[in-house]
Structure formats: structure tokens, C-alpha cells
Design a protein around this ligand. Structure first.
Ligand code: FAD
Ligand code: SF4
Length: 347
């Protein structure tokens, strides 16, 4: 492990000033992702600034009926909160589908959405990886792609040697639920505070795969706000993985259904299929105000996945994700709107 200095500032403002002033400084929260990367040599900072006990651990009611999750609240605390379980079951379910009890006791609201990809080449410093070492190439092209993206990737087989290539997927379960909920991220940076809509927090690789989010260096997440939801809103998270626990999503679906009849809105977040938590805006548009029968849901998913691009790989590739994702959306919406998706309704 590369040696680094360790800082424990007095408050969040000092933490932001300290990190902003040192280009090779990083924040440390629960450490369940960062410490692994320090040990593996994937992260090589000169300074690690501990914010674990500086950011708020509170989960508090907002005046408009929403809920504020302090960045220091743990995944266990959020998942166990009665208001979260009753009003935002999609978030409680997503959190409980992630990692293990011990990890969730350490992992935080600020750190979870900022965890890095689980692409095996990203954590293997002996292999080329544009995300870890910009310009070195992408070892995943034609390699192990089971956990990689099918959405937001180039239509043709990506060029392994191009500096912009990255087909990694984002691993957080919590982030998929937060994207579907249209959560708001509260940020403190060197030039003040700002709010980022959660679906805009993460980015596609574009020409800079090393950057996972739109956060500038030194910006600190201080809280994540969950918006008030209309009465009768139903939500759920469904995760498909290689084994029942302790595994990242092959695909996952967060669904939030509000209202009925022509007023019905459906919000869908997908995990395991793109470089960012994917908001299925095309499918949402097609399902607006419609009965959620299987035919309508499959047609909406066909439109959403029209540009999906499976990856070829030595492990058989990841084309299986495309039909699997549609089946997972159908199953999730069936649980939330059983009357729409009964066999009688679909015949
Ligand atoms: C074995 C194992 C299995 C796992 N399984 C799953 C799973 O199934 N699903 C899942 O979603 N996750 C899973 N995880 C990942 C785990 O959820 C994350 O490691 C954890 O949520 C990260 O939170 P943390 O507070 O520990 O972040 P840290 O490790 O402390 O930090 C992560 C990143 O966020 C940055 N950061 C932290 N806090 C802030 C802040 N407030 N503002 C700005 N930047 C910040 C850090 O600089 C770092 O880059 C697993 C992890 C392990 C080790
Ligand atoms: S997919 Fe992204 S993270 Fe994985 S090797 Fe390629 S550039 Fe690196």
C-alpha cells in the first residue's frame, strides 16, 4: 500500500477546504470500498480525510413530507427506519439486498452511491483499465463481461485500445432506488452548496471513464433527500444475482408506481446494466396512464432496450441480461399492481 497522510478535520467545512486544496486527497466514510482499493493499489491518494463522524447521522423529516438522510447514516440505520420502510420500501429493500449485515453497519448514505465498479480488471492493477489508469485500454472488451453494461454503450463492439472505452456497470443497489425515487443530493463544495438530482449524479463514460459522477474534486455529499410521495404510492426493488446473498446484481429493478388510471405514473430504475443507475425514461413514458398488463410492459421494455448492446466475452458474454431485465420488470410490476398483470387481464 502506498503511504498516505491521514486527516481528521473539526467539521465538514474544514474537510472540504482540506480535500479541495490537495489534488490527491480523498474522503473516507465507512471505508468498506475505499480501504480495499487502498490495499490493492487501485486508489493511491496522498491524503485520506475521515468524514465518518463529521457528516450527520440523522434521518429527519423535511417540512414538505420528505425525509433527509444524513450522509453519515449507515445503510443498516436507513433500512431499519420505520419511515423509510413504510414510505420508501423500494429503498429499504434495495439496501437489504446489498452486501451483508456487517458491511451495512459500516457503509454510509454518502459512500454507498460513490462506490466504484466491481469490474474485475478495475481492481487488478496488472491489467489495462481506462477507469483506473486513463488511456491504458479496456481489458473487459472480449474478457469477463457477465457483470458489465448493455445500456449506454457503443452500438458496435467497443475498441479495447481506445482511451474512452469502458463497459463497466455501476454496482450500488441503493443508488438504483434513489434514482427511481428522484432523490436530491445535497453537496458542499469549495464554492458553496448545491443540489443535484440523483439521476444526474452519475455519468456515462463518454470521453472520460475515470469519472463516475458529476461531483467536482472536493465536493462532499452532506445528505440525500427523499421527496414526499403521494398517498397510495407503491414501490419495490427486485435484484437478480448469481447467489442469494453476498453478490452484486446481474440486473436489478426499482419501481415506483403512483396514482391509478390515466393519472398513473411509473418510475423505473435499473441496476447492473449501465455505467450509471439507469432511469428507463422511454419505458416510463410509454407506461404513463396505462394499465400495466404484461403486453404493455413488454412493449415498453422493447422500446427501452432497442439500443441495448450485449457484450461478447470469454464467459459467454452478457446478452442474457436483455430478456432477463424485461422479465424482472414484469415480475416487479406484477407484485405492485397484481390486478393489472393477472393472466385474465393479459389474455
Ligand atoms: C464483500 C462486499 C459485498 C458487497 N455487496 C454489495 C452489494 O451487493 N450491493 C451494494 O450496493 N454494495 C455492495 N457492497 C459495497 C458496499 O455497499 C460499499 O462498499 C459501501 O456502501 C460504501 O460505503 P462506505 O461508507 O463504506 O464508503 P467508503 O468506502 O468510505 O467510500 C466510498 C467512496 O465514496 C467516497 N465518499 C464517501 N463518503 C463521501 C461523501 N460523503 N461525499 C463524497 N464522497 C464520499 C470515498 O472517497 C470513496 O471514493 C459490497 C462490499 C463488499 C466489501
Ligand atoms: S470496463 Fe471500465 S473498469 Fe473495466 S477494464 Fe474496461 S475501462 Fe476498466
Amino acid at each position: 500500500m502506498k503511504p498516505f497522510a491521514f486527516g481528521r478535520p473539526g467539521d465538514v467545512a474544514e474537510a472540504v477546504r482540506t480535500v479541495a486544496a490537495e489534488p490527491a486527497a480523498v474522503y473516507l466514510a465507512g471505508g468498506t470500498n475505499l480501504v480495499d482499493h487502498l490495499k490493492l493499489g487501485v486508489a493511491r491518494p496522498d491524503l485520506v480525510v475521515d468524514v465518518r463522524t463529521l457528516t450527520s447521522r440523522e434521518i429527519s423529516d423535511l417540512p414538505d413530507g420528505g425525509l433527509r438522510l444524513g450522509a453519515g447514516s449507515t445503510n443498516s440505520e436507513v433500512a431499519a427506519d420505520r419511515r423509510v420502510r413504510e414510505r420508501y420500501p423500494v429503498l429499504a429493500q434495495a439496501l437489504l439486498a446489498g452486501a451483508t449485515g456487517q458491511l451495512r453497519n459500516m457503509a454510509t448514505t454518502g459512500g454507498n452511491p460513490l462506490q466504484r465498479t466491481r469490474c474485475v480488471y478495475f481492481s487488478d492493477v496488472t491489467t489495462p483499465c481506462n477507469k483506473r489508469e486513463p488511456g491504458s485500454g479496456c481489458s473487459a472488451v472480449g474478457g469477463y463481461t457477465r457483470y458489465h453494461s448493455v445500456l449506454g454503450v457503443p452500438a458496435a463492439l467497443p475498441d479495447a485500445d481506445a482511451p474512452e472505452t469502458c463497459i463497466a456497470s455501476h454496482p450500488s443497489d441503493m443508488a438504483v432506488a434513489l434514482a427511481a425515487l428522484d432523490a436530491q443530493v445535497q453537496v458542499l463544495g469549495p464554492s458553496g452548496v448545491r443540489t443535484i438530482s440523483f439521476p444526474d449524479l452519475h455519468r456515462l463514460p463518454s470521453d472520460d471513464p475515470a469519472r463516475d459522477t458529476v461531483l467536482a474534486h472536493g465536493e462532499l455529499i452532506t445528505a440525500i433527500d427523499l421527496p414526499a410521495l403521494p398517498a397510495g404510492t407503491r414501490s419495490a426493488y427486485r435484484k437478480v444475482r448469481d447467489r442469494a446473498s453476498y453478490a452484486f446484481a446481474l440486473v436489478s429493478v426499482a419501481a415506483v408506481v403512483t396514482g391509478d388510471g390515466p393519472e398513473r405514473t411509473v418510475r423505473l430504475g435499473f441496476g447492473g446494466v449501465a455505467h450509471k443507475p439507469w432511469r428507463a425514461t422511454r419505458a416510463e413514458e410509454l407506461l404513463h396512464g396505462r394499465p400495466l398488463d404484461e403486453h404493455a410492459v413488454r412493449a415498453a421494455m422493447d422500446a427501452e432496450l432497442a439500443a441495448a448492446q450485449p457484450q461478447v466475452g470469454i464467459d459467454g458474454g452478457n446478452g442474457f441480461k436483455i430478456p432477463l431485465l424485461t422479465r424482472t420488470v414484469v415480475a416487479t410490476l406484477r407484485d405492485l399492481t397484481p390486478r393489472d398483470l393477472t393472466p385474465e387481464a393479459t389474455s
